[in-house]
Design a protein around this ligand. Sequence first.
Ligand SMILES: NC(=O)c1ccc[n+]([C@@H]2O[C@H](COP(=O)([O-])OP(=O)(O)OC[C@H]3O[C@@H](n4cnc5c(N)ncnc54)[C@H](O)[C@@H]3O)[C@@H](O)[C@H]2O)c1
Length: 301
Amino acid sequence: MTINKVGVIGLGVIGLSWSALMLSKGLEVHVYDIREDHEEGTKKSIEQMLKSLDISFSEVSDYLVIEKTVENLAEHVEFIQENGPENLVFKKELYATIEKYGSNDLIIASSSSGIPAGKMNTEMTHPERLIIGHPFNPPHMIPLVEVSPSEQTAQDVILQTLAFYEQLGKSPVVIKKEIPGFVANRLQTAIFQECIALVRDNVVDVKELDTIIEKSLGIRWASGGPFLSFHLGGGPQGFEGFLKHLGPALNQGFKDISQVELTDELQGKLIEQVKTEYGMDLVDLAEQRDLVQGKIIDIWD
Ligand SMILES: NC(=O)c1ccc[n+]([C@@H]2O[C@H](COP(=O)([O-])OP(=O)(O)OC[C@H]3O[C@@H](n4cnc5c(N)ncnc54)[C@H](O)[C@@H]3O)[C@@H](O)[C@H]2O)c1
């Protein structure tokens, strides 16, 4: 089934970006937020994000429907991407309202970064229709969506959700077990812990740390993930050879991984370095980021 009418609830960083992507794919996008500047603010932010997709707002504005209530939105769409606050009580209440007004086969996908669907669906009449569709920020650029079903999610809901994200040009991956933080964020957290420790201990400053990642792991992992990369780093025996040569060093490296406590003092040190190095022109910085990311994504396409 091709989905044509989508609802986007919660128009912060993630919801706006999803909306821009969905509009760029020709979908009718119904949006709802409690923000006072909902209509004007939403249009302005989506217009900004569409620039990274080489689309002008006027090309898609007819397909953007500003909803004044969740009830109305739920009545008119086939698939909802929920991006409200990361709060279990909020999400449960919202899904109850959606269920009351939406059609019987409406799929609800939550962008939640950490709350499993199995925790959010406990009071739903149709828990089989809830699934996590966790994007990587910004969703209008980064292809990955982690699709994490609960034990109750219906198989056809999983399949339709995967098909929908593919329709949007995304690269969805089903996470086989419900696990806090899913996969990409767990990896990011593990690496970021070491990044912070290296700056904390004055091994490098934030700019030097960023350069090291951008000029090495960033490029390597954009072309092949860690397992493929090490398969290619182990000589004629591939990954097996790699483990034979470097396994013992890796075992020692695992023991040397730093632990970090984000104290006020450490946060102050990191914030000061980031602000001094990059400034606060965040719109400009995001545009530069989108430009580079767009080129990398184009290579894969
Ligand atoms: N920021 C990220 O990097 C990121 C990445 C992936 C997933 N997520 C997830 O996406 C979701 C949204 O995160 P965000 O960073 O966009 O948050 P955000 O705070 O930027 O946006 C949340 C939006 O929800 C709106 N909202 C609050 N109450 C509402 C209500 N009752 N009805 C409708 N809208 C309401 C707020 O006005 C706000 O615009 C969270 O579940 C988060 O875990 C965030």
